[in-house]
Design a protein around this ligand. Sequence first.
Ligand code: SAH
Length: 257
Amino acid sequence: MADNVTSGSLTLVGIGPGGLDYLTRRAERAICDADVVVGYRLYLELIIPLIEDKQYLEFPMGAEFERAQESVRRALDGERVALVTGGDPGIYGMAAPTYQALNDLDESQVAAVNLEVIPGVTAATASAAIVGTPLIQDFAVISLSDRFVPWEVIEKRLRNTLDADLAVVIYEPASRHRPSHMMKAWRIISEYREPDSPVAVVRDATRPDQTATLSTVAEMMNLPYDMKTTVIIGNSTSYIARGLLMTPREHPEITNK
Ligand code: SAH
């Protein structure tokens, strides 16, 4: 890698949940200004209208560190690189592998990378907007993927979150490699929420194939789950009305009215 100061840059771009209308202006500008756009194939497909006339580099799923390293290397070689990531880069995204790739550099090289991180609309808020007000009080986001966090830790966090009566947004509920995680999570959810407690399941939010289904804790395992799905478990004050999952802004026990 060259260690002289170059005009290259690396911009980590959160592209939002999928629909191009949900990309921020700054994200769009970074993609349009880039010499090369780097990303996982699915994310590049989502922004094809912006990149079809550009040089872009597809990476397979799972090669996050390689994607980050290649992007850093190109920025040091003087290219303006846009490294795209779904939703927000700091939420189960490319921010960590990118900072990790910078660890191997000296200070002048880190400065030459000119890293900028552009936040994006994350799946939690994109999905919540479709199904009502499930996140209007307090909530937590938990991924069921045990690629980076052991299942025992995931389970403990899920229990504590449900016990604290937070709404829970579940990312990565199931994949081909871990079909049973949602079933294991459901057994835990059933311990902490009433059977008729509302649940929303959103797939492909803001994309052409978007679906949103309301269910209950008792019924939710009749639905399919995959890697394009976000699950929202309400808190104890949540209810279904007019086909939406509503959580009131005011907790029923509030006294300072
Ligand atoms: N950085 C991303 C999350 C990456 S983890 C973000 O901020 O949104 C990938 C998980 O996000 C998926 O398994 C799914 O649970 C959720 N997800 C991402 N985009 C989604 C969409 N358009 N609709 C529903 N869920 C989505």
